[in-house]
Ligand binder design. Structure first.
Ligand SMILES: Nc1ncnc2c1ncn2[C@@H]1O[C@H](COP(=O)(O)OP(=O)(O)O)[C@@H](O)[C@H]1O
Ligand SMILES: [Mg+2]
Length: 452
């Protein structure tokens, strides 16, 4: 049976006509041609044989579930430079499948960009993704530079795109999938969440590479790689002025108006996040980055512990940084709590912006058993901000939500000014859009008039 598919023009790659990327393997990677992650199909050779027999194949898979000569994959070139890739099964016992369809002996089936090529059947199968694209590894596309920061899960460095020369930041995570392959471990939810988030006060995700390769282009690949990748590079917007922790340390605390600006930025980011059913769960000065200093602009980063809230499983896990964690997280024994843990951590952050110190003396002891160290705050600190802090560092039931923070007397005015500015900006943009539209319409109507 030959499956006919529509011929699509393909780009001919001078050094490689394709790559077979190991997608999943239930026989263990060590059996695949020296534990390779992918097979390169070189331009100098049009046909490759894959099977168990050493000396009989170009790529050897030493699994009893693979036949001695299992399949051949071949590239046919057309005169216009495009190519067609065909796979032939050699009567293998456990079969060859393309996108779930079995190839019968002696038949050829076409392999296309992103197709799944499976050797053997569940539970003993090896699956590849076929790609005609040139290698798009992180290393091939970016040059890493200066170290920007170091956190609990990996390092963050500058990364310059080799072609566009644009500078970004890259968070290099090592072995995210190894320790708890089936669970929703922090780094992986970060990748999944950040893909969907877009806000002026949230660090923008640009690309994700797993095991060094950009799998974003292959549908469903993120899910695959969540279980198997050993390291990931998260490329994101570079936020140039360090983090809020350093700003506080370098200036010995912020002014009241600077602290209000940061709180406004964070409320803006958190309102957006919570509207997306996401709680950040790790708000602290190290995770708030400084995008501009005059005027001060900050952005929320590090979604490693963030989690979707609507699935009812929210926050049963222990997470966060002890001194910033709401008491209900520390004492939680199976119950669930909501976005208000972010209000608590924001309260600790506001306290730190003034004092450079956390509000509780013993950062290891449960915070609800301790008194807030009000004396650490500078004397000039307003009654309003003390009131706000006391309404954030309290039990979850009485604690202010983010919306309530924006209405608190300490925040109200700046929040309203911000909303007004944003409304004016949005209004300005829509006026410009209408003006452009009118200009285009008049051009086209005059064109119509002239040609009529
Ligand atoms: N996009 C970025 N631009 C500039 N610096 C960054 C960026 N992301 C992170 N950093 C720096 O790296 C540090 C660690 O990053 P973070 O995402 O918080 O990692 P971790 O999950 O390991 O805590 C941050 O505190 C900050 O100083
Ligand atoms: Mg961090």
């Amino acid at each position: 049976m030959v499956i006919q598919r529509k011929n699509q023009p393909r780009t001919y790659l001078p050094s490689l006509w394709g790559r077979l990327i190991v997608h999943k393997s239930t026989v263990g990677r060590s059996y695949i041609n020296g534990a390779a992650n992918e097979f390169s199909l070189q331009s100098g050779k049009d046909a490759y044989r894959i099977g168990r027999g050493v000396g009989l194949n170009d790529f050897v898979i030493k699994s009893p579930y693979i036949s001695m000569k299992h399949l051949t994959i071949e590239c046919f070139r057309r005169s216009d430079g495009t190519q067609k890739i065909l796979v032939e099964d050699h009567n293998s016992s456990n079969g060859t499948f393309i996108d779930g369809k079995r190839l019968w002996d002696g038949t050829l089936m076409e392999l296309r960009e992103g197709s799944r090529l499976t050797l053997g059947m569940q539970p003993h199968e090896i699956e590849f993704i076929f790609s005609e694209r040139p290698e798009d590894s992180f290393q091939a596309l970016y040059i890493t530079g200066e170290l920007l920061g170091q956190g609990g899960f990996g390092v963050v460095k500058q990364a310059r795109h080799r072609i566009s020369r644009a500078v970004s930041a890259v968070k290099i995570l090592s072995k995210p999938g190894l320790s708890h392959p089936q669970t929703d471990i922090p780094q992986l939810s970060e990748i999944r969440l950040l893909k969907h988030l877009q806000h002026r006060n949230i660090v923008q995700l640009e690309a994700v590479f797993e095991d060094g390769r950009n799998f974003c282009q292959i549908p469903g690949a993120i899910h695959r790689s969540l279980l198997t990748s050993e390291f990931a590079d998260i490329v994101m917007e570079l936020v140039p002025h360090g983090d809020l922790y350093n700003l506080i340390a370098n200036n010995g605390g912020l002014t009241e108006s600077e602290a209000q600006t940061v709180t406004t930025d964070m409320c803006d980011a958190l309102l957006y996040l919570h509207s997306q059913n996401v709680a950040h769960r790790d708000i602290k000065p190290q995770n708030i980055l400084v995008a501009g200093q005059a005027p001060l602009v900050t952005k929320l980063a590090d979604f490693g512990l963030a989690k979707m809230v609507h699935d009812g499983t929210f926050l049963r896990s222990f997470c966060g940084t002890p001194s910033f964690m709401a008491p209900e997280i520390l004492s939680n024994a199976g119950g669930s709590y909501d976005h208000k843990c972010d209000s608590w951590s924001l309260g600790v952050t506001i306290f730190m912006m003034f004092s450079g110190d956390v509000p509780f003396e013993d950062s290891d002891a449960p915070p609800d058993t301790q008194h807030i160290q009000w004396t650490v705050l500078p004397e000039g600190c307003s009654i309003a901000v003390r009131d706000l802090i006391s309404k954030l560092l309290t039990n979850a039931r009485e604690r202010l939500t983010i919306v309530a923070i924006t209405r608190h007397v300490w925040m109200q005015e700046m929040w309203q000014v911000r909303q007004l500015l944003l409304d004016t900006e949005a209004h300005q943009e829509s006026v410009e859009a209408v003006a452009n539209e009118l200009a285009n319409t008049s051009v086209s109507s005059s064109t119509r008039y002239q040609t009529a």
